[in-house]
Design a protein around this ligand. Structure first.
Ligand code: SAM
Length: 341
């Protein structure tokens, strides 16, 4: 009997926790993207405008852990570690281990450029990481080097194999497709899903901190890619369990994995958005395509209590914008690398 009561109590407690994280548009926010650095070992031409030393004062690990703990208590269920390149921040494995030991999250995932996965995959798995998303925009050594301004494709390919070996699965590969840059490779990427357990996701190029012309000349709609791929493959809509994010999935008949399209511009998914971001310098940002942020770090360093931080977080969540409004005429002030992709 006592068992029954404690189950009922737990259920009510959970319902109360989760209902706190509903915003003004009735969206349940349960996903935190935690960007732990604005530094990266690649300099992708569409992600950062220029090479410059970080000017940011980033959050210390104990501050990140405190925020994660509070957010988990409020009802955030999933955490994604991102950056910049998260695997270049010192002691990232122990950060992940500490977040995992909170036992508050159903998944802890990581977005990485993959260049350091050969060395890190097994440590990450042991620390409690669930799986990885790897950004890879080209399978051609020269194009990859051009896009990343000097990156070595081979390192990423070895990293991908290691992530699969260490069971950081399903491994999802994110490809930002750009006109005249890598669009000629979409068939080759799609073909990978036939034999390999790699979920290939084509992402529309977003106008973040670029000159309008730079973006407009390279932007390609998902529908164009879908149409082109259908000429080479028979794509079957796939609604199996591959995560509850914004991708629309298809499968080539008999393939091991699936192909996803993420269309933030042509078919935005704001009505279903469940995420909130913490930038490396401690700003809580409810929407990637809206420049409003709250400087949590400032409050933490002035001695705010957990209760006060909770109130701030709840306020930010309540006031999450209804939809993004990427401004294609003016630059956003922040680069993607400093926001957390
Ligand atoms: N360094 C990690 C990585 O490479 O995955 C994490 C950070 S990176 C900013 C995260 C993702 O954002 C990458 O997949 C990158 O391709 C994507 N990204 C950056 N700028 C973008 C843009 N303007 N439009 C679409 N995706 C973008």
């Amino acid at each position: 009997m006592a068992g029954n009561w404690s189950m009922i109590f737990l259920r009510l407690f959970n319902i109360q926790r989760y209902s706190m994280l509903i915003d003004n548009y009735r969206r349940q926010i349960d996903y935190l993207r935690l960007s732990i650095t604005d530094m990266c070992n690649l300099r992708c031409l569409y992600c950062r405008k220029m090479e410059k030393k970080s000017q940011m004062e980033i959050l210390r690990y104990e501050e990140i852990i405190r925020i994660a703990q509070i957010m988990g208590g409020l009802g955030i269920k999933k955490v994604r570690i991102t950056g910049g390149e998260p695997l270049i921040r010192r002691d990232v494995v122990s950060l992940i281990e500490k977040i995992s030991q909170m036992r508050l999250f159903s998944s802890i995932t990581l977005t990485t450029n993959g260049t350091r996965l050969a060395e890190f995959s097994s440590l990450l798995k042991k620390a409690g990481l669930s799986r990885v998303n790897i950004s890879l925009d080209s399978l051609d050594r020269n194009t990859y080097s051009k896009i990343t301004r000097g990156g070595e494709l081979n390192k990423v390919l070895i990293g991908i194999e290691e992530a699969i070996m260490c069971d950081l699965t399903p491994v999802k590969i994110n490809v930002v497709v750009m006109k005249g840059v890598n669009e000629n490779e979409i068939e080759e990427f799609a073909r990978l899903t036939i034999d390999k357990p790699l979920y290939i996701r084509f992402i529309e190029f977003m106008p973040i901190s670029h000159h309008r012309d730079f973006w407009a000349e390279r932007y390609l709609e998902s529908s164009v890619l879908k149409e082109r791929l259908s000429r080479s493959f028979s794509l079957i809509p796939f609604d199996g369990p591959v995560g509850n994010g914004p991708a629309e999935y298809y499968q080539i008949k008999g393939a091991k994995a699936v192909i996803g399209f993420i269309s933030p511009i042509s078919n935005h998914f704001c009505a279903k958005c469940n995420r909130i971001r913490l930038t490396p310098d401690g700003k809580l940002r409810p929407c990637l395509g809206d420049e409003k942020e709250i400087a949590l770090k400032k409050f933490i360093r002035k001695g705010a209590t957990d209760e006060e931080l909770k109130e701030l977080i709840l306020q930010v969540i309540k006031n999450k914008p209804k939809a993004h409004h990427f401004n294609i005429k003016e630059l956003q002030t922040r680069q993607m690398v400093a926001l957390g992709g």
